[in-house]
Design a protein around this ligand. Structure first.
Ligand SMILES: [Zn+2]
Length: 110
């Protein structure tokens, strides 16, 4: 029996490109459904994990908890080291801050 998908269509085995945080990790064996669902099995996922670790993108995309501190009259946000390393941020570097809504903002590194 083919690995099931919620839509119930027949899935086919294909090599599928896998990307994490905009970095293409390569092509890996997957079951692909006509609806667009892609499932990587355990052994393929172990290969993906190994490449992601080598490229320094494994676990970086997870949300991490931090807190707001003060800096003079302004507030600052402490960044986890994994994020600093991945984005290659340096002290004093200028970035753009853009509010997205009442709960989120993004920082754009140029
Ligand atoms: Zn499907």
């Amino acid at each position: 029996m083919a690995e099931g998908d919620v839509c119930g269509k027949q899935m086919t085995k294909k090599k599928q490109e896998y990307a994490l945080l905009g970095q293409i990790l390569g092509k890996f064996g997957a079951m692909v459904c006509p609806c667009g669902q892609v499932v990587f099995d355990g052994t393929e996922f172990e290969k993906i994990e190994a490449v992601a670790k080598k490229k320094g993108v494994w676990g970086v995309g997870r949300a991490s908890r931090t807190s707001i501190g003060t800096s003079g009259n302004a507030l600052d946000v402490r960044l986890p080291k994994s994020v600093v390393d991945f984005l290659e941020l340096k002290k004093g570097q200028e970035v753009l801050i853009e509010p997205l809504d009442k709960k989120r903002f993004q920082v754009i590194v140029s």
